[in-house]
Design a protein around this ligand. Structure first.
Ligand code: HEM
Length: 229
């Protein structure tokens, strides 16, 4: 048996779990910042947070690590899935201790693919404009801490106000993300050997709560702009 962390099956699961946990911590921060979009209609809170993220030296180091986290998570899930398909050509119902998450657990690869599709599209909407290409809406500068900075709030809020179809896609994307997380959350603990049977059922409950907060949290932003603007 191959005991190498990168090539053994357990090792690959650990890598998927650790990178997944890292991505979940990013999601918590990302959601917290994005919720300022609906807390403060002036955009001051969101623009201040975005400006802080864009200028903070620690965030500059974290950004490439985040990209690497996504790459590793995706690469190793693909490798594990192909490996499973080769060793188990006939599909059978995987045993799952939680009835609620069994559909999600059987469809993790597809759900992950849908979240990735959403993510690529999403990066083109905001990240690439804010970081590289620019946008006329970003040129309407705002004053933050005595400095004129890009108006990210105007870009994001106008996007949801003007494009109903994209707002709906964001809501659907948040639901896919929630379904991916409902299994991914507790499964990460299991892969790391951090839970026994009692803790597993507790973690499955926490997973449902966490996934629901993420799905509702991310979808409430486009919903807010659809309803109020
Ligand atoms: C309503 C939902 C969302 C809004 C309004 C939103 C907003 C944004 C904005 C404005 C940026 C650019 C930040 C900057 O460059 O300063 C960004 C980047 C990003 N978003 Fe989102 N996002 C949402 C949902 C999501 C979801 C569900 C995911 C993950 C599946 C995600 C993953 C990312 C990533 C990886 C980046 C690039 C890294 C970064 O700039 O922090 N976002 N998002």
């Amino acid at each position: 048996m191959d005991r190498n962390l990168f090539s053994s099956s357990i090792g690959k699961k650990v890598i998927v779990a650790v990178s997944g946990a890292f991505l979940m911590s990013f999601l918590i921060v990302h959601l917290a910042i994005n919720l300022t979009l609906i807390i403060d209609d002036t955009g001051l809170l969101f623009n201040s947070a975005a400006h802080f993220m864009a200028t903070n030296p620690i965030i500059k180091i974290v950004e490439p690590i985040l990209a690497l986290g996504f790459a590793i998570h995706i690469l190793y899930t693909i490798i594990l899935t192909l490996q499973n398909m080769r060793s188990r050509p006939v599909r059978y119902a995987r045993q799952d201790l939680s009835g609620a998450s069994s559909w999600a657990s059987r469809n993790m690869f597809i759900l992950g693919g849908l979240v990735l599709t959403f993510l690529v599209m999403h990066l083109f909407h905001f990240f690439i404009k804010m970081k590289y290409t620019g946008d006329p809406l970003l040129d309407v500068k705002v004053m933050i801490d005595g400095e004129l900075v890009k108006n990210g709030y105007l870009l994001v809020s106008s996007f949801f106000k003007d494009f109903l179809v994209y707002s709906i896609i964001y809501i659907v994307g948040a639901i896919f993300l929630g379904l991916h997380l409902v299994h991914g959350f507790w499964s990460a603990f299991q892969s790391l050997g951090l839970c026994n049977k009692i803790w597993l059922s507790r973690l499955q409950t926490v997973a449902v709560v966490f996934a629901a907060i993420m799905a509702l949290g991310f979808s409430i932003i486009p919903i807010y702009f659809i309803i109020f603007f």
